[in-house]
Design a protein around this ligand. Sequence first.
Ligand SMILES: Cc1cc2nc3c(=O)[nH]c(=O)nc-3n(C[C@H](O)[C@H](O)[C@H](O)COP(=O)(O)OP(=O)(O)OC[C@H]3O[C@@H](n4cnc5c(N)ncnc54)[C@H](O)[C@@H]3O)c2cc1C
Length: 431
Amino acid sequence: MRAAAAVDTMDSTTPTPSPAPTSSEAPISFEETGSAFATRSDAQLRKAYLLFSALNQPLLARIGIPLTSALLRARVPGVQLAIRHTVFEHFCGGETIQECQPAVEALGRHGVKSILDYSVEGEKSEAGFDATTRETLATVEWAAGHPHIPFSVFKVTGVARFGLLEKLNAREPLGQDEQAEWNRVRERVQSICQRAHDLGVRIFIDGEETWIQGVIDELAEQMMVRFNSQRAIVYNTYQMYRTAALPNLRAALERAEAGGYFFGAKLVRGAYMEKERRRASERGYADPIQPSKSRSDEDYDAALLLCLEHLDRMSLCVGTHNEASCMLLVRELARRGIGPGDERVYFSQLYGMSDNISFNLAKAGYNVAKYLPYGPVRAVMPYLIRRAQENSAIAGQGGREVGLIRRELARRRQPAALPAGTGAPGQRTVP
Ligand SMILES: Cc1cc2nc3c(=O)[nH]c(=O)nc-3n(C[C@H](O)[C@H](O)[C@H](O)COP(=O)(O)OP(=O)(O)OC[C@H]3O[C@@H](n4cnc5c(N)ncnc54)[C@H](O)[C@@H]3O)c2cc1C
């Protein structure tokens, strides 16, 4: 065990991000739309084009997103069906594990793996938390032995009351009932990680709001101590838009080195920026988010390099749609002589987004797994709203998708340019 040495070097060698390679320097390109959209028929692409174009209209996005969720809450007839055939169909695999299978198989045929993500949020009852635990266990069991599903995932708020986590995070004392409630939460988390460990399925614990994240980090670390003695089974998430994320990651890595267990990290930028800033401003505490996008980018890439430095004791998943960060990892793997198929390193994107990254990476032999969300339409609305916002004109991602789809549709109109195995005009290429 090289704990002491590792601690020393970590303090003195904080990596600085190097500039991301340009497409011409990198061994792969994210511009190849034929591979990117190989699983999408012309009709599906046109529908996706309309969806992203609509989200890209500032007024439509600003009014349409809250209006649609209000109409759904009011149970206005037809709204649920409309959502099912638009955003839900694009960003989710289905309502059940079984309904996700065609998507899992279609992605798998192109070397892209799946992560079944039961995306039901906002559960408040003990029965609901137990049901989410059972469903998460079902995803772990489904993944075991499935060649295209390397990971499972869950959110602690899916199995615990938000207010309880908030109280624990603030170090407020718990009453007797709350202590019993907390014990049940720990049992749920432990049962999921135990099953994942026993079946050899790696498991991600998602990152959430800063005012509950401290307690999630503690839980995740306890699970790593318990289940990561042979390899990284449990992965915690680090949201690099947080000013504290890089020091937190470094400290957690040091504790893993010292404690002799393998470390698992999923790196994301973070999905709750506006909510975080609003709360900090309303309550008058320092904004926990980086002051600018470029600072989030710098810390993201620094975290990526830090993890690569310690790959002998950890596994890494980069959950991002950022081409520069993905390209940086591609180049760093090559520079360090780490093969693209090394199981310790995964790229991950969300289903329905950045297929140009996922499919081109997989084609070049890198490990790629897409989060494949599923669950009843009404229950996955918070997830869909975050995706809609992320793809709106304000965030900019939607514009990127529109451009890529437009290019692919134009390419398909030139029959001679169609390479074998890519979507043929007017034809469904997947079941
Ligand atoms: C596989 C996967 C798993 C995920 N899991 C989680 C999770 O567990 N928890 C979670 O919170 N999110 C999660 N996400 C969502 C993720 O955080 C968002 O997709 C991500 O924020 C979008 O960033 P990006 O890295 O794709 O790249 P980009 O599109 O380059 O970056 C956008 C992000 O940069 C940051 N940013 C933008 N503007 C600013 C600014 N002015 N100042 C500071 N920062 C800024 C924000 O985080 C914003 O979302 C996951 C995403 C993926 C792909």
